[in-house]
Design a protein around this ligand. Structure first.
Ligand code: FES
Length: 164
């Protein structure tokens, strides 16, 4: 391109229009990028944040795996399961004072943290615990396994009776 052509293009607005259009494209691109990022963050905000915590139901095996009179602890679930004859029950091992894990004793349970004492049924007999240990529903699954549901608190003394 000769110098005269360049001067002509410049007077006609050629190079200047081209520069303007480049700046416009950059601005439009930046705007689109910002809008895209904002849309992405808004969609992330709208997406429900579900936390998958500890499952409330857990299977503990078949009834015949528990001998009559047995008391079996499930430390991860903080539950103790008892079998008395054909009756099964599940009691929480979480202290109702501040949530420490209670230990079984000859007469019931005791909490190592502040000394709460519970009888065998989980009722408070000493210490700062404000209420009894929770009892959980025990049920039988269609496949014949026992299942404890920690979401389902039942009155103390509630049992599942399984025909042997
Ligand atoms: S947490 Fe059990 S007595 Fe305080």
């Amino acid at each position: 391109m000769s110098r005269l052509d360049a001067l002509h293009d410049e007077r006609a607005g050629g190079p200047r229009r081209s520069r303007r259009s480049v700046i416009s494209w950059i601005a439009a691109g930046a705007f689109a990028a910002c809008a895209g990022v904002m849309t992405l963050f808004n969609l992330m905000f709208l997406r429900p944040r579900v936390t998958t915590g500890e499952a409330s139901k857990f299977r503990i095996g078949r009834p015949e795996n528990f001998s009559s009179g047995s008391v079996v602890e499930f430390p991860d679930a903080k539950v103790v399961v008892r079998r008395s004859g054909d009756r099964f029950s599940a009691v929480s091992l979480v202290c109702t004072h501040l949530g420490c894990t209670v230990r079984r004793t000859d007469v019931g349970f005791e909490c190592p943290c502040h000394g709460s004492v519970y009888d065998a049924a989980g009722s408070v007999i000493g210490g700062p615990a404000p209420k009894a240990l929770s009892w959980y529903r025990v049920s039988l699954t269609p496949s014949g396994e026992l299942e404890v549901d920690k979401q389902s608190v039942v009155p103390a003394g509630t049992h599942l009776e399984v025909a042997s």
